[in-house]
Design a binder for this molecule. Sequence first.
Ligand code: ARG
Length: 399
Amino acid sequence: MGRAKKVVLAYSGGVDTSVCIPYLQQEWGVEEVITLAADLGQGDELEPVREKALKSGASESLVADVKDSFVKDYAFPAIQANALYENRYPLGTALARPLIAKVLVETAEKYGADAIAHGCTGKGNDQVRFDVSCTALNPNLKILAPAREWGMSREETIAYGEKFGIPAPVKKSSPFSIDKNLLGRSIEAGTLEDPANEPPEEIYAMTKAIVDTPDEPEYLEIGFVKGVPVSLNSQSHTPVELIERLNQIVGNHGIGRIDMIENRLVGIKSREIYESPAMVVLINAHRDLESLTLTADVTQYKRGIEDTYTKLVYNGLWYSPLKAAVDAFIQQTQERVSGVVRLKLFKGNATIVGRWSDNTLYTPDLATYGAEDQFDHKAAEGFVYVWGLPTRIWSQKNK
Ligand code: ARG
């Protein structure tokens, strides 16, 4: 008796996920492996990937274009939440996982599979995100993670694959581990494993080096409706188009590179490089527009909720009840977050230089230092007296 009869495997076309196909059948007695490659805008040709799965022994090989949902249902809510893990990482990899899990589960249900499989190792966050998301969506499905158990080195994995006709990577494969999609690239391993080492220029693909960026600043206006970006320089775009355009525009100015030591859920510190041009700029612009359109208490209270949201996403709890509750709070706050943010892009910086909104709470008559000032200065005196009262009493008693 094998561990499962029919399995849907998350497939990328790489060595590890390819080796999973014969491994599941030979070692774990799986009868049928259906592969699923998700198109998240990673830019790879997916037809060769689809064919490679069949050559590696899959009975069925599927490609799902989920780009539109990825941006609308995963990236946009994260922008509304100003989600930056440990204040910096815009979650490009983390946001993709619950969506991949969702299509895996839907496919398993459609094909009558009894398990889901993925090629994650036991050291990362992604295994957590896949396992927890899949079980949340369908607790009856088993989850198989061969790479978490097989204990093969890279060389052994390649050798195992070759026995089953899986070609070794042709070009000497990159020493870096790279995960990429529309929202950005996550790069680790190789020389990056020493936190003291400067990242080599060759790892970057979406952002220019500062020496190569334009010598003139470029202005950009991002339009938001209810916290969702809808236009660039007054021109409307579909969600996917907007992210693609923005990646190009701001990546050209070298904006969106992040080099950080990050705390994984499994307790390991890792050094990761991100390039996420569109997301970095969208979150900064969105947060700025909130400062114009939300009251002080909502703005400040939301910061704590954003931190909770970000950790939930990073830690694989996308489909948890707390996440749903936090989503409801964030959605409620976005009702009036509409308007335009103007940025100046130059030499690695996207500086916000202006913002406006029909829903602005900024009140010139109150804010001005000019003659039009409507603020009641006398009222301030009584307010300050009461506000400072407890501190004054404490001070008197503790002199
Ligand atoms: N540390 C990031 C996360 O947990 C990215 C993980 C994948 N990174 C990679 N280079 N393969 O979301």
